[in-house]
Design a protein around this ligand. Structure first.
Ligand SMILES: Nc1nc2c([nH]c(=O)n2[C@@H]2O[C@H](COP(=O)(O)OP(=O)(O)OP(=O)(O)O)[C@@H](O)[C@H]2O)c(=O)[nH]1
Length: 314
């Protein structure tokens, strides 16, 4: 058994969404491969403290804000690493590299450099996942009204849509899903369909979103490019991770009419349940776009909402 080495790595992000990668220098393991800046956690340090130190030593920058994001383990020939990924949206000082052969700013989904360190594939996929998920509720506001709201939000930049229509009858749900997915994809957004893998396939969606009961019943990941699940407990989150799903949605953070009477997690409860998972976790439950900063500080990838996000893209 190789010893576990804790490593802290930073997704240092500029306002245009680009993030910094460094190329490993000759004479290290995997020379020439690209990585997120960071390094080993030393005795007595938390991963967050290690990252602040490493980014100062490696890049000469001082971290001003840091959000926990994902944790992934990987077995290399030389070590078993546990990578603690943080997002670093704010720092001071000029980036001045001291250890890498090269540095580049890159955008998720259109990487111009390679290869990446083997552990980092899922990290890059997670970075392609937009931060705000709009969940449809045509069953409540009507099909035409929902399609109009969808069009406005897509025009305003919404890039992740979950079609969730438990109240519509099957034929109306089918035609609504086909139309919503078509419009989302035409705008370059990802579209997932709640609870029905076959419907997701029929309407050409990017993936399926599993309600918790379906997650509990599954043994293998559905064969679609994007698969996520609704979770309410640590056990459900761990199941989503074990099935190698692409994301989870955890709630309810606040009070929501969708689940009346359900005790709200609050941000502390959310942070505790979502900590140390290998997949991105959206916060859900009575949230609006104004909750994004609190969500990310609590370790969320972003927020999902039925009512609270559509208007933010109007
Ligand atoms: N910094 C960083 N390390 C990563 C990433 N992905 C990944 O698998 N790792 C692994 O985590 C470890 C990073 O530790 P490090 O950078 O301090 O260590 P190193 O290999 O340069 O060795 P050394 O510090 O002993 O000279 C390496 O085994 C590296 O392969 C990543 O994105 N960033």
């Amino acid at each position: 058994m190789k010893k576990i080495v804790d490593v802290a790595a930073g997704v240092i992000t500029r306002p245009d969404g680009s993030f910094l990668l460094g190329q490993r220098a000759p004479g290290t393991f995997y020379p020439g491969y690209w990585e997120f800046p960071g390094g080993k956690v030393e005795a007595g340090e938390t991963p967050a403290q290690a990252l602040v130190r490493e980014l100062d030593e490696e890049l000469g920058i001082r971290v001003q804000a840091l959000n926990p994001w994902l944790m992934r383990e990987h077995h290399y020939e030389h070590a078993h690493v546990r990578l603690h990924f943080f997002e670093v949206p704010a720092w001071s000082g000029e980036v001045n590299d001291h250890v890498h052969s090269a540095l580049v700013w890159q955008h998720a989904g259109r990487l111009e450099v390679g290869p990446m360190l083997p552990a980092n594939g899922p990290i890059l996929k997670a970075l392609r996942l937009p931060r705000t998920m709009g969940i449809t509720h045509a069953g409540e506001i009507g099909v035409e009204a929902q399609l109009a709201v969808l069009d406005t939000a897509l025009a305003g930049g919404l890039r992740l849509v979950q079609v969730r229509e438990p109240a519509l009858d099957a034929a109306v749900r089918e035609s609504f899903a086909i139309e919503a997915v078509r419009r989302a994809r035409a705008a370059g957004a990802l579209a997932v369909v709640n609870g029905d893998e076959q419907l997701a396939l029929r309407c050409g969606a990017d993936g399926v979103h599993l309600p918790a009961v379906q997650l509990a019943a599954l043994d293998v990941r559905p064969d679609l490019p994007w698969v996520g699940a609704s979770c309410h407990t640590r056990a459900e989150l761990e199941r989503a991770a074990a099935l190698e799903l692409d994301y989870a949605v955890l709630g309810a953070v606040g009070e929501t009419p969708t689940h009346p009477g359900q005790a709200a997690l609050g941000w502390e409860g959310f942070a505790r349940l979502a900590a140390g998972l290998p997949l991105p976790v959206f916060a859900v439950g009575g949230l609006t776009a104004a909750d994004m900063a609190a969500a990310r500080a609590a370790g969320a990838h972003g927020i999902a909402a039925i009512r609270g996000v559509w208007g933010a893209f109007a």
